[in-house]
Ligand binder design. Structure first.
Ligand code: DX5
Ligand code: ZN
Length: 219
């Protein structure tokens, strides 16, 4: 059974409160928080996501799945640790050296938070292998990070399979999360390839009934 992490990025301005409550009753497993700084990616959602997580913290106990698409990873970790998220995931490509990757992993864990590492479509999955025994989750981007509503990149399926094989061969324990263009059409192949957490934004937020679509994505 896969878990669903609903990206709140595409929720319409002013409809956050009603959408969050409906998502909670629809039993999303996580709220996926897309933090963008306008530098690592073009869009800047930083302040909006700070507001959203503080609000979510007050009205819901559901776990927060923070996806940092930022250049200054350490600053963003500090800002989002404040709401005690379930997990903070940062991009390998945002780190200038391996030492910095190790430093971010250690820093997140020292602050009693689970840690994930994410790779963009063009980054080889082999580049994260050495970090995998020390993280809780690997987030494979199936679109170029930066906005919602993009089309799923099917050649990422091979990357998910390769990661799944590597995790099994090395008897590692970590979640494979997949993010970008996930919907009822693309979800089956992603689950088949080995993902156990699916991020979906547009597919859920644009649906009439959140519970129906979340249940179908999980099935
Ligand atoms: C893109 C974000 C994704 C995106 C998913 O940079 O990381 O989480 O919001 O949205 P959909 O499901 O619409 O592709
Ligand atoms: Zn995301």
């Amino acid at each position: 059974m896969v878990e669903i992490s609903t990206s709140i990025l595409s929720i319409k301005e002013g409809e956050e409160a009603s959408n969050f409550l409906e998502l909670e009753t629809a039993k999303t497993d996580y709220f996926h928080i897309d933090v963008m700084d306008g530098k690592f990616v073009e869009k800047n959602t930083y302040q909006k996501m700070i507001q959203n997580v503080s609000y979510l913290k007050r009205i819901s106990n559901l776990p927060l799945d923070i996806h940092l698409m930022v250049e200054d990873v350490k600053e963003a970790i500090d800002d989002f640790l404040a709401v005690e998220p379930n997990i903070i995931t940062f991009h390998l490509e945002a780190c200038k050296s391996k030492e910095e990757v190790w430093e971010m992993i250690r820093y997140i864990k020292e602050n009693h938070c689970r840690v994930g590492i994410s790779v963009k479509p063009n980054t080889k999955i082999e580049e994260v292998y050495e970090f995998l025994p020390f993280v809780h989750l690997c987030l494979i981007m199936t679109v170029e990070p930066g906005k919602g509503g993009q089309t799923f990149l099917t050649d990422m399926l091979q990357k998910i399979e390769t990661l799944k094989e590597y995790i099994e061969q090395h008897e590692l324990e970590l979640d494979i999360e997949v993010d970008g263009g996930i919907n009822l059409k693309t979800a089956p192949a992603v689950k088949e390839a080995g993902a156990n957490i699916l991020v979906a934004g547009t597919a859920i937020v644009m649906a009439k009934n959140f519970k129906v679509i979340i249940d179908e994505l999980k099935a």
